[in-house]
Design a protein around this ligand. Structure first.
Ligand code: DSN
Length: 414
């Protein structure tokens, strides 16, 4: 029986979500649209199989084909990123980060990471997250003038505090990260350098952002953001740390791996190694720059003044509109974004003073700079007149019209 026959309520909800994705502008910096091949690999009977362990050493029988799938994913991840070891089992980016901390540190160890409101992630030591509860986080902030990382200041803090780990790689930092500089600081203080490249993995794979591999002993990422794979995580590391990372993923923090998702990761890693992926990643960055410039040209202030990567953050200021309100008003116009804290944030993480905007998903649809300039004007129109519901509805209609010209390749799923 088909899904529709078995469960029409779920089939309807999926249909409505697909329609929302088809007809709206997806500007959440951490979202993307997978290829149909990635989706197809996920929806397979591989989900039926238990496979605790790793290829060649499983705790269940019948894993000969699962082993082929997982080994392909591992080999492709290592080749794509040039790393000595890869673990493709983490169910998520948070799970990947958990394996890094628990694999390489002891509870209570000190980690030097970015101030959370400056662009960090929950798993970078938030007090409401496992990371902040099990480890002691010390902070470096962005330079108050440039709103970029001040590497001299990071070095100074690292030398004074001697953390066991230095963490870099962020969720809302619009500038290039100098992993080489971080590597040299980590070596100076004998700390482990951990790069969380969840947001920029696709840009790194395509060589449009410098890689941390070779500078950081351990790198973790999600597979569903700029990398454009299924929702999941991945850890890359030196051979020296391979056993510790593998044990931290299984059996320490996870049980059975999601082999259908690992198959989809393998497909995405294959796609990311193709020459056209480089063009895609370059276009993400060009689009982010064009969109950022068009919003800035309407008088909005951007954190650090612009972007080098796939995202930018609008800072409304302490007394300006909240990020929450901006996100909700843009939702009415069919433009999906996410509120964001800003450097020196004074509001709560639920309300915030900023808005994060990213281009990976609209770039997958084939949109380019011309479309970015139109979208930038729509964003500015909504933010300048947040109570004008009629205008938001008019923009909604134009957004739908634009989206119909750049359809998602999911027609068969409708
Ligand atoms: N939720 C992701 C993001 O939006 O950056 C991080 O987990």
């Amino acid at each position: 029986m088909s899904l529709r026959q078995t469960d029409p309520e779920i089939a309807d909800a999926i249909g409505r979500e697909l329609e929302r994705q088809q007809t709206g502008l997806e500007l959440i910096a951490s979202e993307n649209f997978t290829s149909p091949a990635v989706l197809q690999a996920m929806g397979t009977p591989l989900t039926n199989k238990y496979a605790e362990g790793y290829p060649g050493k499983r705790y269940y029988g019948g894993c000969e084909f699962i082993d082929q799938v997982e080994q392909l994913a591992i080999d492709r991840a290592r080749a794509l990123f040039g790393s000595e070891h890869a673990n493709v089992q983490p169910h998520s980016g948070s799970g990947a980060n958990m394996a890094v901390y628990f694999g390489l540190l002891d509870p209570g160890d000190r980690i030097l990471g970015l101030e959370l409101s400056d662009g960090g992630h929950l798993t970078h030591g938030s007090p409401v997250n496992f990371s902040g509860r099990f480890f002691e986080f010390l902070r470096y902030g962005l330079d108050p003038e440039t709103q970029r990382i001040d590497y001299d200041r990071v070095r100074e803090i690292a030398k004074r505090e001697r953390p066991r780990m230095i963490q870099c790689g962020y969720s809302a930092y619009p500038r290039e990260i100098d992993f080489e500089a971080f590597g040299s600081i980590a070596r100076e203080v004998d700390a482990i350098l951990f790069a969380d490249i969840a947001h920029i993995a696709g840009l790194i794979a395509a060589e449009v952002h410098p890689t941390p591999v070779g500078h950081a002993s351990v790198v973790a990422t999600t597979t569903h953001k700029t990398l454009r794979g299924p929702r999941g995580g991945l850890v890359l590391c030196d051979s020296e740390h391979a056993e510790a990372i593998d044990k931290a993923v299984f059996p320490h923090t996870q049980g059975g791996p999601l082999e259908h998702v690992i198959a989809a990761k393998a497909v995405a890693l294959h796609e990311a190694s193709q020459p056209e992926f480089r063009g895609y990643a370059e276009q993400i960055v060009s689009n982010a720059r064009a969109l950022a410039e068009s919003v800035a040209a309407r008088g909005f202030r951007l954190v650090s003044g612009g972007t080098d990567n796939h995202l930018f953050v609008i800072d409304f200021g302490e007394s300006g509109m909240s990020g929450l309100k901006a996100q909700r008003r843009l939702d009415r116009a069919g433009i999906t974004t996410s509120k964001s804290t800003v450097p020196g944030e004074t509001r709560s993480p639920w309300v915030t003073s900023g808005l994060r905007v990213g281009t990976p998903a609209v770039t997958t649809r084939g949109m380019k700079q011309d479309e970015m300039r139109r979208i930038g004007d729509w964003i500015a129109d909504v933010l300048e007149s947040p109570e004008d519901e009629e205008m938001q509805q008019q923009i909604r209609v134009q957004v739908e019209e634009l989206c119909r010209g750049f359809p998602l390749p999911y027609a068969d799923l409708g």
